[in-house]
Design a protein around this ligand. Sequence first.
Ligand SMILES: Cc1ncc(COP(=O)(O)O)c(C=O)c1O
Length: 355
Amino acid sequence: MTLSTAVRAVRGSAIRDLLALTARPEVISLAGGLPAADLMPRARIAAVTADVLDDTGPQGALQYGETAGLAALRAVLAGQESARCARPVDRVLVTSGSQQALDLLARAVLDPGDPVVVESPAYVGALQVFQAAGAALHPVPLDDGGMRVDVLADRLRAGLRPRLVHTVSTFHNPRGVTLAPERRVRLAGLAERYGFLVVEDDPYGLLAFDGDPPAPVAAHSDRVVRLGSASKTLAPALRVGWLHGPAEVMAAVELLKQCTDLCTSSLTQAVAARLLADTAWFEAHLRTVRRAVAGRAAAFTAAVAAHLPGVSCSTPSGGMFCWLEFPPGPGGTVTDTAAEEVIVEAVRRLAGAGT
Ligand SMILES: Cc1ncc(COP(=O)(O)O)c(C=O)c1O
């Protein structure tokens, strides 16, 4: 059978392979953005689900809902995003995870061959979406201050005209870094000047271990589509994500969403709406998660320092990612084999020490 050109353009998903591995009971995966299951508010989700089912009657949480999302959830999200972006955000669309937002957005604005700037390294789920849309990918490097916006500016000056620039602005997946405040302002300025859309993919922004991350890129320009998610703060199984941005783009995304799934689950949207609207509970929950994840990150970086000689490890200030750099192998370059040898040696030593 011959499949469509679009399907043939999609590479095998690294995330799907990864999730297949993490489903094995003996594997504790540190590779994907999987929130710790023991930190998910299980009892609270169960109680609120029961309340929602009791309160909303037969036309409520078990029925199809509006494609754009449950009004109560959209209102809560609009309020929170307005506060974060320090400007009124009146139209938020709810999606089935922010991954769907990314996919619908790509389909709404990209034609095959359109240039898209991605970070290097990039969130693999974004790469897959842009490849499926047939985009021409232009990687821009990251450093400790996030995307090298100066490199992007040089490329734009040299003639590159992207439709989209994708950035995981805060606690980057997989690099762990946060886009510096002055780069956020500059990126927003470049979007205005060269007429591209910034996709600010921000599922980790609420997970700062200490203090607040810088204001979103969306605080500095209207040419930003901002993506958010309840996956990392509540639970991925709710499949509640959202986006906001220019009205024309939102209308196109809503139309495409209708073709894809008619609506996001009314039940999980109602649960998310209640949890997010209960600000006292949500803030306390976030404090617990941040404290626990910070402790685990410290234990992880200490273990790398103690057991992986020659391997450098970033010190995360939030989110879920540490970045490790392995020493070069005999040929002077870092290879999978050289990295594997370091790990195998560490495991051997730990086993020998009875750890
Ligand atoms: C940067 C980034 N964007 C989007 C997603 C997808 O999240 P969701 O569960 O909301 O679809 C992830 C998940 O790991 C992510 O790391």
